[in-house]
Design a protein around this ligand. Sequence first.
Ligand code: XMP
Length: 544
Amino acid sequence: MDASTAVGGNGDTAATATTAALDAPEAGALYGGHEHVVVLDFGGQYSQLIARRVRELGVYAELAPYDTPVAELRARRPIGLILSGGPASVYEPGAPPLPAGLLELDVPVLGICYGMQAMARALGGRVEPAPVGEFGRTQLEVRDEGALFRGLPSHQTCWMSHRDAVFEPPPGFRALAASPASPVAAFESSERRLYGIQFHPEVTHTPHGRDVLERFLRDVCGARDSWTPESLVARRIAEIRARVGDERVICALSGGVDSSVAALIVHRAVGDQLTCVFVDHGLLRKNEADQVVAAFRDRFHVPLVAVDARERFLARLRGVVDPEHKRKIIGEEFIRVFEEAARRLGEPRFLVQGTLYSDVIESGGAKGAATIKSHHNVGGLPEDLRFELIEPLRDLFKDEVRRVGEELGLPDRLVWRQPFPGPGLAIRIVGGEVTEERLAVLREADAILQDEIRAAGLYRELWQSFCVLPAGLRTVGVQGDGRTYGYVIVVRAVTSEDAMTADWARLPYDLIERVAQRIVAEVPQVNRVVLDVTSKPPGTIEWE
Ligand code: XMP
């Protein structure tokens, strides 16, 4: 959440329930007519975050593109609409307009940042570039509580990211608040139930953001529900049961949280009609395969076929150095192994996929986004497979999936596992071929890093932490009075919200020292440890 990269008119560069609840499916259609809010996405950086925050407040929220026809929105019957921020300036040609008739729907609307400005402009307010933009923490002075600031402090900090500002609210609207560069930082028309705020209530840097959203949802929209991800899962379980009947289902289990939770949900629905296939391609981390098998087969009693394909993958990777070539080989081989397993299981009709809501949104919305690496997602299978898909997580965000995973009793290690790329350690052995020896070196070094990161209580704070082995590189060292010529291990740790951008993690020096000492002491082939201090951009998280 760093505004320093801001461009354009606004800084938004595009870019408990009990387990019993899971057993008790509710009836009813999914969200048509049911209490929910639609977040119209104007290309803001935080649009998904807005939807997540609304859900955290117990109200189901879905995203929709800004140009969703108003007739479609009306048919969905949301209790409220939220207009997101976006990178454009409302007065520029080509700026995304509000859908015609949107403000006449007689549904409460909250415009955030660009959303507020677009609303102001559409209704005759004055939006212009401000002499200075506001990026980051900003002081907000609330002069009139209106509905949004009821009972909140008159002086508060908020987080802004904009260059344009509203100078006059539309006729009939009341200005509620101001900040140094935003003469109208919030406005409302209680008669029309239209509201605007210049700041971002969805980011944690706005301490009262949650309160403002809650006032909009509860007081203005009249939300009464107490939505939880578990309630949605309960509904999904019933649907899956009805759809599958007595057919068979297969799931490619990777050990990641998404495929694990998806598999458990489907197992709840159809029991042993589900078989999970776990492909050990030999590119996993230390003990990883055993942990997945122990959790699913021994603890949850999910039928599980573990395929030991280590030699096959290694053989196909022999002599391969190019990263994209590696990914392609691993992806193809994975599909082959999986298809063979499916054939042995008598070709099940259904396939479980751990597709998340963010994948659904991104595949529909990322127009013109550059492909930097081919994330073919090993474990994700091509669309032309003969299976019918079951995607129990299609409506859930990652943090909601974790919550459901905890509820289902998935071990912490799986629920909170940091992302791990499908091609595994193969893309962390760089500049030389993947060999058994190199995999063993990397696996040992990586296990030490994980161990120390966990012991320091940092595992969950980091988006990812791992080791990289520059395979073609050996350096001179001195150990035990003797000269060594060994491998270098790179320590990579990053913080990130979504992997689109990442910051190198400022690990404590004593932790770095312990990791380096242990790796050199415990992995004899390594005599040097270095730390990667590159953020993304310009680097990517992985080294290839
Ligand atoms: P980069 O390296 O592009 O990675 O910054 C962003 C996120 O994607 C993961 N990643 C992959 N995941 N297959 C995957 O399933 C891949 O080929 C792949 N390459 C990168 C990476 O670990 C990070 O979380």
